[in-house]
Write a protein that binds this ligand. Structure first.
Ligand code: KG4
Ligand code: ZN
Length: 331
């Protein structure tokens, strides 16, 4: 069974063809570069760019998969959460295409899509397991009771982890998105150079805004020359504490729930320093950690198509009257 996935919830215009929820025949991701000069995503520009890109991206994806529109069995599209204008482009496009081809379409939650990035990478991964979604908009620690059944343990009280990387990237004069740029800069820095504070938050919740402010104050106290000299140390020290916060709450959840598996996903899970810290801790504490293939960490449509397959198998079909929802969650 062939599902065309479509993802336009933020600033990536993406399409993918996935067979039987497991095999990626093609996956095309167009990352909009028009936002770099603004230091963050400009919603109005994002939706206009999706309109320009959606048809070429879908055409390219069908071409790469060597399938035609008539071969498709269903379309899965991100319907929530995200930027409303961006979601609307993908959803309206998917509805129209499904209607014209007379095939079903499935409305997918972006966060559930991120969870499925791990199921795509490890098709045999069984539940229950813990999930940590770390992206530009979310930092959620969850229990995955089974595919489609999720409980929220905790989430960020302020900035999302990826958002903190982006904002600190801005402070360091790096271009958007800051996450990959900080990771790169941090490779040449000393992660123990600056003792940034680990925010204190109760239970399974997270906080990153105190850390971000600490970086701001630290940089403000430096001369121009000192700033330049310490950039890599600041990046490495910030990254270490941000990852420590994620690890601390994840280990707490593992110890308290006794669920010895955790699947990390979302854009920040592409970070090698984070991966290394989790793998080391897993070895020490005796749990198993899973990460999606790198290209499935950041926004893509293959994870949406894979998620759509399970929804389809359960008999779900979206109505053509369904609306884009900027905030809906899955817990
Ligand atoms: O999942 P994603 O593509 O989009 C959202 O759903 O938000 O995540 C994007 C976020 C951005 O904040 C970006 O800076 C961060 O993921 N990110 C990274 C890395 N790659 C992307 N953060 C740290 N290290 C990376 N290598
Ligand atoms: Zn995402």
């Amino acid at each position: 069974m062939l599902i065309l996935g479509i993802e336009t919830s933020c600033d990536e215009t993406a399409a993918a063809v996935v067979e039987d929820g497991k095999k990626i025949l093609s996956s095309v991701v167009f990352s909009q570069d028009i936002h770099a000069e603004y230091g963050g995503v400009v919603p109005e520009l994002a939706s206009r760019d999706h309109i320009r890109n959606i048809i070429p991206v879908v055409k390219r994806c069908l071409f790469d998969a060597a399938v035609s529109l008539r071969d498709l069995d269903a379309i899965a599209v991100t319907q929530s959460p995200g930027l409303i204008g961006s979601l609307l482009v993908g959803l309206s496009f998917a509805k129209s295409l499904a209607f014209s081809l007379n095939i079903p379409f499935l409305a997918i939650n972006h966060l559930e899509g991120h969870i499925y990035a791990n199921f795509l990478t490890y098709p045999e991964l069984d539940s229950p397991l813990l999930g940590l979604i770390v992206s530009g908009g979310h930092t959620d620690l969850i229990v995955i009771d089974e595919r489609g059944q999720y409980q929220l343990l905790g989430s960020t009280l302020d900035d999302a982890c990826g958002e903190a990387f982006d904002k600190v990237g801005n402070l360091l004069g790096l271009s958007y998105p800051g996450g990959p740029a900080i990771e790169e800069l941090a490779r040449g820095g000393n992660a123990d150079a600056i003792p940034f504070p680990l925010g204190r938050v109760k239970n399974y919740d997270f906080s990153f805004s105190g850390l971000k402010t600490a970086v701001l104050y630290y940089l403000n106290d430096l001369s121009e020359a000192e700033r330049e000299e310490q950039r890599a140390d600041v990046a490495a020290s910030f990254q270490k504490i941000a990852v420590r916060m994620l690890l601390k709450k994840s280990v707490k959840a593992i110890q308290e729930t006794k669920i010895m598996k955790i699947a990390v996903s979302g854009g920040v899970s592409a970070n090698d320093f984070l991966r290394d810290r989790f793998f080391r801790e897993a070895k020490k504490e005796g749990f198993t950690v899973y990460f999606p293939d790198k290209q499935l960490c950041t926004d893509n449509a293959a994870m949406i198509a894979a998620c759509g397959y399970d929804h389809y198998k359960k008999g779900e079909r979206a109505s053509f009257s369904i609306k884009a929802n900027p905030t809906e969650d899955i817990y």
